[in-house]
Design a binder for this molecule. Structure first.
Ligand code: SAH
Length: 413
């Protein structure tokens, strides 16, 4: 449980801000970020989570209101633009209702686990909420939310149905420098409402059963973003020997088995993830003998498989984000090239390559080109079956929200 009296509160007096022309135009177009260097003047220095109100320079009209974030280059994270509204529990409740309504179609498809709030694109900058049935995971990426946490939790109780809520904190928020745990009594994996999060949560995705560890798992425990790609892999898996690289807890593996895959080889560096993968396979009634797991570095394991002259009819490669900074772009491109090349060497003729990327700095066009060129250089022909992107629970409300893409292709020599 949580002691709200320990949390900071936002200052009574809002910070009033003037920004450069380009930033004004971006705000009018609905862009949710104001960078530090776009600010011309501000009434006073504020604390994380104070409300910053931006007025246009010519007529002094309201342009937007957002969370002031002095520790981030994205200095103001917009909550509301163009029409002034009070930022309170009712305001957040309206946004939550809209977010939930957008996802209703998923429930009809037999899906109880999905992203309920995808940051800015659902009106909640630097914040996500994932739903695992009746358990929600709230992940914060900035301390600017802390003064609004009580209003937000109240809004969640007003607007959406759930039983249990777990708090997840981004790596930056867990850093000792901020010392959030000590100051405010909050920590990553903390149960804020209800109970039961110490046990794995169960949920359904496209009719398939999964479990996840919302307290300690990657992100909030599962990668909901790949749901549509997993469904596509299921449609193509019939009779194939499948290699699932960066398998995590077996999202793609379980779908491939459901689609009639002959065998699965799953690679991941995380042993707990592979243990959950085996449980997820069994939970859906598939014979555990059909799967073979390899714990270790994917690059090394792929090399081993190549040296052992193993062949597969479908290779799925869904690596973690490689390029989070500009400096790591080159390394990321090299890593993708190497993965494509190794995956192709492991494919039998007429096999299917599924190559995904969640690196936001490498856009979809660049990525697809990179994969197609790498294949060409390695002497393979790709016949593109499909290119997938964001599912409906990861709406792309502004360009920077797009990060996910995957290429499905038939491969011949
Ligand atoms: N395909 C998964 C999600 C993959 S997330 C799904 O559908 O659910 C990326 C995974 O890569 C994580 O499980 C992480 O443990 C793993 N990983 C990161 N670096 C790795 C490496 N060098 N070798 C193998 N696995 C790695």
């Amino acid at each position: 449980m949580i002691d709200f009296s320990r949390l900071p509160s936002a200052a009574e007096k809002n910070i009033s801000v003037r920004v450069k022309g380009a930033a004004e135009r971006a705000l009018r177009r609905g862009h949710p970020w104001v960078f530090e260097d776009a600010i011309l003047r501000q009434s006073h220095l504020g604390n994380a989570g104070d409300l910053a109100v931006i007025y246009d320079r010519e007529k002094n009209n309201f342009l937007a209101v957002g969370l002031y974030d002095p520790l981030s280059p994205i200095r103001i994270k917009v909550l509301q633009a163009l029409e002034p509204l009070r930022i309170d529990r009712a305001f957040f409740a309206e946004k939550l209702k809209a977010a939930q309504a957008k996802r209703e179609a998923l429930i009809g498809e037999g899906t109880t686990g999905y992203r309920l709030v995808y940051g800015e694109s659902d009106g909640f900058p630097a914040l996500i909420i994932d739903r695992y049935g009746e358990t929600l995971a709230l992940k914060l990426y900035t301390s600017a939310w802390l003064p609004h946490l009580q209003a937000l939790l109240g809004a969640m109780e007003d607007a959406i149905v759930f039983e249990s809520l777990v708090l997840r904190l981004s790596r930056a928020l867990q850093s000792d420098r901020l010392n959030i745990a000590k100051l405010y009594g909050l920590h990553d994996g903390q149960q804020l409402i209800g109970d039961g999060a110490d046990k794995p949560v169960q949920f359904v995705e496209n009719g398939l059963l999964f479990q996840a560890d919302v307290r300690k798992g990657h992100k909030t425990g599962f990668f909901f973003d790949q749901r549509d790609s997993r469904q596509k892999a299921r449609e193509l898996a019939q009779g194939r020997r499948v290699l699932d690289v960066f398998s995590y807890t077996g999202g793609f593996s379980v779908y491939a088995l459901a689609g009639g895959a002959r065998t699965i080889t799953a690679l991941d560096v995380s042993e707990p993830a592979l243990e959950t993968l085996s449980l997820n396979v069994e939970k859906n009634g598939f014979d555990p003998k059909l799967i073979d797991v390899m714990a270790g570095d994917a690059f090394a394991s792929l090399m081993e498989l190549i040296q052992a002259r193993r062949k597969f009819n479908m290779v799925i490669v869904d690596p973690p984000a490689f390029a989070n900074s500009r400096a790591s772009m080159r390394n990321a491109v090299m890593a993708y090239r190497r993965l494509v090349e190794m995956a192709l060497r492991l494919l039998a003729n007429d096999g299917i390559l599924v190559m995904a990327s969640c690196s936001s700095r490498i856009n979809a066009e660049m990525f697809f080109q990179l994969v197609e060129r790498s294949a060409l250089v390695a002497g393979f022909k790709l016949e593109v079956i499909e290119k997938t992107g964001h599912g409906l629970d990861h709406p792309v409300g502004f360009p920077e929200a797009a990060y996910l893409k995957a290429l499905f292709a038939r491969v011949t020599k």
